[in-house]
Design a protein around this ligand. Sequence first.
Ligand SMILES: [Zn+2]
Length: 244
Amino acid sequence: MLEKVESSKKDNIMKDLQQNHLLKALFFFRNSKVNKNMKFYDISLQLDESLVIYPGDMTVKLQQLKNVEKDQWNLTGLSLSTHSGTHVDTDLHISASGKPVSEIELERCYGKALVVDLNDTSLGESISVQQLKSQLPSPQNCKNLIILFKTGNSKVGYKSFHEDWVDLSSEGAEYLNRCQIKAVGIDSLTIGSYETHRALLLHRILVYEGLDLSAVEPGEYLFVGFPLKIKAEGGMVRAVLIQE
Ligand SMILES: [Zn+2]
């Protein structure tokens, strides 16, 4: 008799647990749906053989290894540099003790982003502290933000390499470091000089380069920029901005 009571108690507990799991699952699915008002902006460059490269870097090569008409399958070989197209730089780019892309924490590649309007800059200019102070929220409100610069580069595009693409001054990089931002990105293949890279990368600020911001309005977004898990100082990224 006592055993029967015990087993019915167990049954009830199991039923409760199952119901609880079911409710949790229903709640999860209801809340994980993509809101139909969400907009996704792909801000990545296409990896193909016409892709512009930084002088001295490898060109992108796509090699057809199998052909569906001849071999039943398509299969493509790919050779490129870890800084081809849209990519992220880690501190290993400039420091022997830095971390490779495969070891960076994923939360550093995701979060609230601000696309900053620097459209009126032109080739040859470096973004100054003054411009940052007038375009960014106060330093304490910049903490953990991902800052993406939409500059005059977006009007020029990536048809060819420009020695004088708008970049970030080293003083500007120092200012961003004091603001404790999470990551920074720019609409050209380089954020700037060696000193600019140092001021960012040695202070846990990831650097995104090769962003295509030409079709994006300045403003607030959610940024997603997970790189491939490569054991190197840079890695290709499918960068996306999401707006609700
Ligand atoms: Zn790079």
